[in-house]
Design a protein around this ligand. Structure first.
Ligand SMILES: [Zn+2]
Ligand SMILES: [Zn+2]
Length: 80
């Protein structure tokens, strides 16, 4: 199965509105990338199962520039 995250690959733009202040939140990247920094010894298979991410989902971290609130958004992977 060849599934890719449309957000990681720049296929779509995803807009998230901050629950606190209503500003546009910025995509800070896939959560898996952050996890890799903290746990380089883990294989990709394992980290992708963390925090709701799975083979068909990619979890992104969105951050509000105004109030610094962050939010995790689950993105469904699509076929290439
Ligand atoms: Zn992604
Ligand atoms: Zn905000």
């Amino acid at each position: 199965m060849d599934l890719i995250c449309p957000l990681c690959n720049g296929l779509i733009e995803y807009h998230v509105v901050c629950e606190e202040c209503g500003s546009d939140m910025t995509d800070a990247g896939a959560l898996v990338n952050y996890l890799d920094n903290y746990s380089p010894y883990l294989s990709n298979d394992i980290t992708q199962q963390v925090d709701g991410a799975s083979y068909d989902k990619c979890v992104h971290l969105f951050q509000c520039d105004v109030c610094n609130k962050d939010k995790r958004v689950t993105i469904k992977r699509v076929r290439r």
